[in-house]
Design a binder for this molecule. Structure first.
Ligand code: SF4
Length: 201
C-alpha cells in the first residue's frame, strides 16, 4: 500500500488516489515514486477505502504539525470525491486546518457542481490555473474533457470564492513570462491571488 499520509517540508499531506484526468507536461509524478518523506505514492491495486484512510489518520500523531493538512498526493483528490469529503470532515472534527490542492476539474469529474460542498470543509482551495487560455491549457495539461476544461476551472474557482473560502490560483514557471502575466491579469480580474510555483524536476 502506498503512503496515504506523508510529510513534505514539515506539512502533512494526504494521498487519496492516483486517478487524474490530466497529463500535465510538468507533472511531478513523472520524476519519481514519491516526494518528501513518503516511500511510494503509487497505489498498487486500488485507491484506499475510507476505512484505510481513517486507520492511517488514527495512527498519525498530528501534534508536531500545527500548519494546515494538505490534500494533494499523486493524483487529483476530487477523483476520490466521497472519500475526500468524508476524510475532510473527519480531520475537521480534530480541529485541523485543511487545504485542497486541485486541478479545478471536480465538476467535470463528478458530473455536478461541487464547489459549495467542498468548501464546507476546507480553509483554503488552491486551484492549478496553469495557463491563460483554454487552448494553452489543453496543450500543457491534456485534460480528458478537452476544450470545456478551462472554463470549468474558472467556474469552480469563482464558485469557491463565492463561499468565502480562501481561494488561490497557481501556475508553474514552465510557461512563458507573457503567459504568467496573462494569468496574473485573469486572476486579478477574478479577485483571486496567483502564486507562481517553481518547477522542480
Ligand atoms: S493535474 Fe496534477 S496530478 Fe494531474 S497530471 Fe496535472 S500535475 Fe499531475
Amino acid at each position: 500500500m502506498a503512503d496515504i499520509l506523508y510529510t513534505f517540508e514539515n506539512k502533512v499531506y494526504l494521498n487519496l488516489t492516483n486517478a487524474c484526468p490530466c497529463r500535465c507536461k510538468f507533472c511531478i509524478r513523472q520524476n519519481g515514486d514519491a516526494v518528501g518523506e513518503a516511500q511510494t505514492l503509487w497505489f498498487e491495486a486500488h485507491s484506499p477505502s475510507f476505512d484505510e484512510i481513517k486507520a492511517a489518520i488514527d495512527a498519525w500523531d498530528f501534534t508536531s504539525y500545527t500548519q494546515e493538512v494538505v490534500f494533494c498526493g499523486y493524483g487529483e483528490p476530487t477523483c476520490a470525491y466521497e472519500n475526500l469529503l468524508k476524510t475532510a470532515a473527519y480531520l475537521k472534527e480534530k480541529g485541523l486546518k485543511l487545504r485542497l490542492n486541485t486541478n479545478g476539474l471536480s465538476d467535470l469529474i463528478n458530473k455536478k457542481p461541487t464547489a459549495k460542498e467542498i468548501c464546507k470543509y476546507f480553509d483554503t482551495v488552491s486551484v492549478s490555473l496553469n495557463a491563460p487560455t483554454a487552448e494553452k491549457y489543453d496543450d500543457l495539461c491534456a485534460p480528458s474533457f478537452g476544450n470545456a476544461s478551462f472554463e470549468a476551472i474558472l467556474k469552480f474557482a469563482r464558485e469557491c470564492k463565492e463561499t468565502g473560502v480562501n481561494v488561490k490560483f497557481t501556475v508553474v514557471d514552465v510557461i512563458s513570462k507573457e503567459d504568467i502575466a496573462a494569468c496574473q491579469k485573469l486572476a486579478d480580474e477574478m479577485g483571486i491571488p496567483l502564486r507562481v510555483r517553481t518547477y522542480t524536476s
